[in-house]
Design a protein around this ligand. Structure first.
Ligand code: CP
Length: 353
């Protein structure tokens, strides 16, 4: 059994295979209409979603399978105090594959440890969102032809933007990829993402201004400031309009720039950009259905591989202080840390008690 918790659970060869399958589904959808006949996808969304939940639902329907699930925590027994572990034990008895979104970082690790069917992470707090990255990679392949030799600007909320963390992890494996990280200092990329995926692997610069770098970008990946993750409403109000991409600001950009955004957008891309031929974000959302079809097929086919991530040591002198980490709320799980003292659920450095 195989799960997708972090985009790096997939090798670059497997990502190539998924892109090939997705492209074949786009060209020949009729060949796949019975591929998952009799199979059930469980969609457990403890946080709101439009694209991820509905594209997974549409993907399973396009493969001839069925879907069950919920779209908000309030309509599940989590609202009565049930743990993630118990919820997943139940749903893995009712379905053949599970896709879950949860506000707590590391929740899919807890889920995959107890599930008897594959678990797909559809976003865990401000941590990772690997299937968005598959969508992004299919879009980049279609628009740019490949992944090497690209200068990628990522702009906005790089602290809480889970799509950014997964995109950086994935793209840093390709040759001569350069990142321009555009964010106010309060929303800079977390240290654990830099240490794990950038330092010593990829050239990158951190800047605060969008206009000063736009002319050298091959891809501009805009992101929403994630209101729901802020501890302080005042800080969100102060930072929420840090970046607004307009048609005017694109005048100095390359003619073949690809403008991406995982969506939903608020103000960060003006609607006057939508008609620009470089605006690829609606195509990007459309591709999500096909790459998720390919992923469901792949995970349902893979047998006999166990990929438990509960690898770490218990250390009673350490505590994870990340208030968004599942280890702080889930009952009955082991608090585990890596040898360098990071929490295995959220990857953030733990503190000595
Ligand atoms: N990109 C993305 O995850 O969108 P949703 O929140 O609508 O699923």
């Amino acid at each position: 059994m195989r799960n997708l918790v972090n985009i790096l659970d997939l090798s670059t060869e497997e990502i190539d295979d998924l892109i090939k399958t997705a492209s074949d589904i786009i060209d020949n959808p009729e060949l796949y209409t019975n591929s998952c006949r009799g199979k059930i996808l469980g969609t457990l969304f403890f946080e709101p979603s439009t694209r991820t939940r509905l594209s997974f639902t549409s993907a399973m329907m396009g493969l001839g399978g069925n879907v069950l699930g919920f779209s908000q925590a309030a309509s599940s027994s989590i609202s009565k105090g049930e743990t993630v572990s118990d919820t997943i034990r139940m749903v893995s008895a009712y379905s053949d594959i599970i896709v879950m979104r949860h506000p707590k970082e590391g929740a899919p690790i807890v889920a995959s440890a107890v599930s008897s069917v594959p678990v797909i992470n559809a976003g865990d707090g401000g941590h990772f969102h690997p299937t968005q990255t598959l969508t992004d990679l299919l879009t980049i392949k279609k628009k740019k032809g490949g992944f090497n030799n690209l200068t990628v600007g990522v702009c906005g909320d790089l602290k809480y933007g889970r799509t950014v963390h997964s995109l950086i992890a994935a793209m840093s494996r390709y040759e001569n990829v350069k990142f321009v990280l555009i964010a106010p200092s309060e929303l800079a990329l977390p240290d654990y993402v830099k240490a794990e995926y950038l330092d010593g692997k990829c050239e990158y610069t951190e800047i605060a201004g969008l206009e000063e770098s736009i002319d050298r970008l091959d891809i501009l990946y805009m992101t929403r400031i994630q209101a729901e993750r802020f501890e302080s409403k005042e800080e969100y109000e102060r930072l929420k309009d840090s970046y607004v991409l307009t048609a005017d600001k694109l005048k100095s950009a390359k003619a073949d720039l690809s403008i991406l955004h995982p969506l939903p957008r608020v103000n960060e891309i003006s609607v006057d950009v939508d008609d620009d031929p470089r605006a690829d974000y609606f195509d990007q959302a459309m591709y999500g259905r096909y790459i998720r079809m390919a992923l469901i097929l792949m995970l349902l086919k893979t047998k006999g591989i166990s990929d438990s991530r509960l690898i770490g040591v218990e250390n009673s002198s350490l505590e994870c202080t990340n208030t968004h980490c599942i280890s702080r709320t889930e009952r009955g799980i082991k608090r585990l840390f890596t040898s360098s003292g990071a929490c295995i659920y959220c990857d953030q450095q733990a503190k000595t008690k």
